[in-house]
Design a binder for this molecule. Sequence first.
Ligand code: PLP
Length: 475
Amino acid sequence: MTPEEFREAGHRLVDWVADLRAGIAEHPVQAQTAPGEVRAAMPTAPPGPTSVDELIEQLDRVVVPGITHFQHPRFFGWFPANASLPAVLGDLVSTGIGALGISWQSAPALTEVEEAACDWMRQLVGLSPEWRGTIQDTASSAVLVALMVARERATGLGQYGGGLQAAPEPLCVYTSSEAHSSVQKAALLAGYGFDNLRLIDVHPGTRDIDVDALRAAVEGDVAAGRRPAAVVANVGSTGVTAFDPVAEVVEVGREHGMWVHVDAAMAGTAMLLPECRHLWEGVEGADSVSWNPHKWMGAAVDCSLFYVRDPEALQQVMATSPSYLASSHDGEVTQYRDWGIPLGRRFRSLKLWFVLALDGVEAVQERVRRDLANAAWLAEQVDAAPGWERVAPTRLQTVCVRHDPGGLDADALDRHTLAWVVEVNGSGAAFLTPAQIDGRWMVRVSIGAEPTTRDDVAAAWEAMQAAARSAAAHP
Ligand code: PLP
């Protein structure tokens, strides 16, 4: 493709994206495709030369119906993954430039714009200048890196000797039972072993970690000759968006020389609002923090910020310096390859830059405040509606609900819950996520898609009530 052909096809495809977004509300939120349907619609042989018209026809016919639309105003699933249009442009420019960050020298602007963007974001969420940031693909990678660095700190860089296999005592990792599955995955991948992962109980009402139980577990491990290495505090957990008391978790961590990581994947965006920052009070005492601007803020997957107070601790564990990557500037510049796992890095900071420059942080703050108000409004409706209850406090933008028509035992209530949520999702009118709490089903209404207005929340609430009535009438 020549640059001129690219220009023409690019204009068509930018128009296509703009049309898709402008008309997104006309699509069902949930993908309507059955397993295998998309695959069956794809040619079995690799495509030959195809016109842009044909490609667009295939996107419309095969791809778009096969997407559960996170950019839809009635998307209330999991957590948002907003891809605001400035971030789409940032991604286009990133790929258009085609830089590969393998060293500062390979693309000085890639490194230094990332440094600047991480620092802007640090300021915007009120973290002190003590923190240095980088962009990882996901919060899963960030917590894996944190737990690997914690492991090496606890073993005095044991990886350069016998590794964990030579550690004199087992190393333990602590988090709450509400932690995202990526924390457990990271602990296993970092070699701690399931037997040394402690999923600490939470307070039943709020689902925040029980710090007394954390302290007791840590002390029990010490007494048994094990070594506490890391604790992960959850700031906006995935299930019910619970908030561990970071200051208290930090205190336990400090007493025992643990690495403290704060997972604020979703809630980090709320910290753009000064009035929300009490929710991570104590964060300054942690060793690392991750949050995903690709969730609520709009920076488009993949863009997960990872801040550390001591970048050297990362570099001691992650640094590689083969001769072909050496340059005369080594020592003066940041080599982000030493801050994480991949060597080759994308120019992700353009997405943050473009969101801040083209939408502006005030617009994002206004949207986040709108979503918080919409969640509070929905919480009030649920509280006032007979048969409905909230199963957890609404501390951010996730409203966790259950409908009980009465007279059902626990299993029948589970079936009722799943019946009405499947009905709402299947209708395409809104998309919600069923999830378990204490082994019983409830439904999460996670507000925060970029185009979601109060009317959309009200329409979802109507659809929920209608589906619950219908499920109760036809058990
Ligand atoms: N932590 C929390 C609290 C999350 O909600 C999620 C995903 O939703 C993650 C971590 C993992 O995020 P990622 O998909 O960026 O790995």
